[in-house]
Write a protein that binds this ligand. Structure first.
Ligand code: ADP
Length: 179
């Protein structure tokens, strides 16, 4: 978890490869739905371009589908999800139904100046300055409370500084996960 531009995708990909497990990124799933030209993908695009969140039911539907056969495998990594308390509650229901529990949450912290710098340099369609500001607002209003929600549970929350060398950050994550 972490704000937009924290490096969730970059670190998530490295970590999933290292652990040999699949990574499910809701951002990637939505962008794929858009490329496929599905009605959900087109509706999602409008919201993503505006820096708003895609409705919880849509996201939970995608995640439910993605996790359908994961109970018997060696684990998986979720990236960009859950982003609202309702999604965290939905995930808890899904996992309970599968007889699974979250092992850990990795949070990446990055200051706002660095975030603005990274996202403006990335140049994705939703990386325009006003949209970035909106995404940060949405993050603080809707996604930060998810961490407070988990703080009241037994899940391990591992906070890692997200600024610095990519490989060093990955090493810190592995270290904190005790892998
Ligand atoms: P970033 O981490 O840089 O914000 P993502 O690829 O994770 O990039 O997300 C891009 C956009 O996709 C978000 O701004 C939002 O509109 C949508 N999105 C991704 N994940 C979710 C989610 N779990 N719930 C709602 N919307 C989401």
């Amino acid at each position: 978890m972490g704000p937009p531009g924290a490096g969730k995708g970059t670190q998530g990909e490295l970590l999933a490869r290292r652990l040999g497990i699949p990574r499910y990124s809701t951002g990637d799933i939505l962008r794929q739905a858009l490329r496929d030209g599905t009605p959900l993908g087109l509706e999602a695009k409008r919201l993503m371009d505006a820096g708003e969140l895609v409705p919880d039911e849509v996201i939970l539907g995608f995640i439910g589908e993605a996790l359908e056969h994961e109970e018997s495998t060696g684990g998986f990594l979720l990236d960009g999800f859950p982003r609202t308390v309702a999604q965290a509650e939905g995930l808890a229901r899904l996992l309970a139904g599968m007889g699974l529990e979250l092992d850990a949450i990795v949070t990446l912290s990055v200051n706002e100046t660095e975030i603005m710098k990274r996202l403006s340099a990335r140049g994705r369609k939703d990386d325009l300055v006003d949209t970035i500001r909106r995404r940060l607002e949405v993050y603080w209003a809707q996604s930060k409370p998810v961490l407070d929600w988990y703080a009241d549970s037994d899940v391990r929350i591992l906070s890692v500084e997200g600024v610095g060398d990519i490989d060093e950050i990955q090493a810190h994550i592995l270290d904190r996960l005790a892998l």
